[in-house]
Design a protein around this ligand. Structure first.
Ligand code: SF4
Length: 185
């Protein structure tokens, strides 16, 4: 499982994972709390810091090493299956039935992070667009065929298919610009 990398993700972990110094409020809060206490709730780990690793295409090994280093309750036999298997889907679904990807709209619905963020969770591209939202749609775009074949993710892909070609193009361009400089987020 430590070698698992279903999507072939290889991007380096942004330095702000170790400092919390990012303008994305959800990540700043979840990482800041982690740095202060060595602890975060399971959903913060799965749907904020872990999910960002998935949709930003971060190297699963680097993400797993971060969890192992940063949480007081991290021991590898529990941490690695949760990170590589559940949060990153790096094992290709050996014990989870879908990748846990969601947009900023999900984060907005489930938390109060977005009200204090400089980004807009409802915007997919352009100035002020939420990086989580942009990268979520880009993740669907990049993995459309695989996700369409899974009952639990097929609906997400059908929503993607409803977007115009112009909007999909704008998402791709914006996502690629974000991925080219994750440190700046
Ligand atoms: S707007 Fe996006 S980046 Fe900001 S807190 Fe919400 S989900 Fe996170």
């Amino acid at each position: 499982m430590r070698e698992a990398n279903h999507f072939g993700h290889a991007r380096a972990l942004p330095k702000w994972y170790w400092t919390g110094e990012t303008r994305m409020n959800c990540m700043r809060e979840a990482i800041g709390q982690t740095l202060a206490h060595g602890y975060a709730h399971h959903i913060q780990r799965l749907m904020i810091t872990g999910m960002f690793g998935l949709i930003a295409g971060l190297d699963p090994k680097q993400v797993a090493d971060w969890y192992l280093a940063i949480y007081v309750d991290a021991v590898e036999w529990v941490e690695l299956p949760n990170v590589a298997g559940m949060a990153l889907y790096a094992d290709g679904g050996r014990f989870t039935t879908k990748p846990y990807a969601a947009s900023g709209a999900y984060v907005s619905r489930m938390s109060n992070y977005c009200v204090r963020c400089r980004y807009d969770p409802s915007r997919r591209s352009g100035a002020g667009a939420c990086p989580v939202t942009t990268l979520y749609w880009y993740f669907l775009d990049c993995n459309e065929r695989e996700l369409a074949a899974q009952p639990r993710t097929a609906l997400m892909v059908r929503n993607l298919a409803r977007l115009s070609a112009a909007e999909r193009g704008a998402i791709r361009r914006h996502a690629r610009s974000l991925l080219a400089d994750l440190e700046a987020l």
